[in-house]
Design a protein around this ligand. Structure first.
Ligand SMILES: C[S@@+](CC[C@H](N)C(=O)[O-])C[C@H]1O[C@@H](n2cnc3c(N)ncnc32)[C@H](O)[C@@H]1O
Length: 267
């Protein structure tokens, strides 16, 4: 995404306008994901899974979020891994808009990752960007999110990694559409419900590991899942996902999405 500062400025103005009339303070993260949220809808369980895997690899783990943007997901991970770092190519998203850059986000291209990390997280990556080689060279464990059909180059099977596990979460675009249809568009309920049946919840979280660490990763995730059996605490913004029909372990009507959302599949 080559950013044009003028476009970013206009988008920020649109966000300010949206905020002033928003029905909920949590809608903006799904309407303006780049500024106020992330390009993958997540819950606290996702953060805790990522943290549990990272901690299993080392007692003092190093963690890098590549292409972190403003670092919304990274900020939540840092509540548990305070040394977690981000890497973002476009300095203009901070400097061009007068937004303070946190010291834990480095402005650099992923092709220049210059040290090893225990875990590298690659969130939603736009088409045309492929930095799998430098990422694969610099870690043994990778977590990626892949928005099917939109974000690409998130599969590391051909880079000496095996996919240990995966799960499905809503596409931010489906959440965005549902919010707009539900709260900001005049539309009969029957029409909205009909449209909601079409959503596919096609954001995938893939856990990749080099074969020698796969056992550790799998064990850590399984242990973390046992904790999810008890009522988990969650972020306040998750209420939007519940309202929109994207509950934890909810089944969607779309036959193209047979697995329950957030249900981990191994292998
Ligand atoms: C679609 S945004 C996703 C931001 C964040 N991960 C999220 O999901 O909300 C992709 C981000 O990756 C950054 N990016 C793209 N290519 C990159 C590269 N080669 N090195 C580092 N960052 C890159 C872009 O500047 C952009 O901020």
């Amino acid at each position: 995404m080559p950013f044009n500062v003028e476009d970013l400025r206009k988008a920020r103005q649109a966000l300010a306008q949206f905020k002033s009339a928003a029905v909920s303070p949590y809608h903006e993260r799904y309407i303006f994901p780049f500024f106020a949220g992330s390009y993958f809808a997540y819950r606290k369980v996702d953060v805790l899974r990522v943290v549990a895997i990272t901690r299993a690899i080392s007692n003092n783990p190093s963690y890098l979020d590549v292409g972190c943007g403003y670092g919304d997901f990274l900020k939540h991970v840092r509540e548990f891994l305070p040394d977690a770092e981000g890497m973002e190519k476009e300095g203009g998203i901070f400097y061009g808009l007068g937004i303070e850059k946190p010291e834990y986000i480095r402005i650099a291209d992923a092709h220049w990752i210059d040290r090893k990390y225990d875990l590298v997280f690659v969130g939603w990556m736009e088409p045309g960007q492929d930095f799998r080689d430098p990422v694969a060279r610099n870690t043994d464990v990778i977590i990626t999110t892949l928005d099917q059909g939109i974000s690409l180059a998130a599969e590391f099977d051909g880079h000496g990694f095996q996919r240990v596990a995966w799960w499905r979460t809503p596409s931010w675009e489906d959440v965005n559409t549902e919010i707009m249809n539900r709260y900001y568009t005049k539309m009969p309920d029957s029409k909205r419900i009909e449209l909601a049946k079409m959503r596919g919840a096609h954001n995938f979280w893939y856990i990749y590991s080099r074969p020698h660490k796969a056992g550790i990763v799998k064990k850590a995730l399984k242990k973390q899942l046992e904790k999810e059996q008890q009522p988990a605490d969650c972020y306040e913004f998750e209420s939007v996902l519940d309202e929109c029909g994207y509950g934890y372990l909810q089944k969607l009507e779309n036959p193209a999405a047979p697995e329950l959302m957030w249900q981990v599949q191994f292998g």
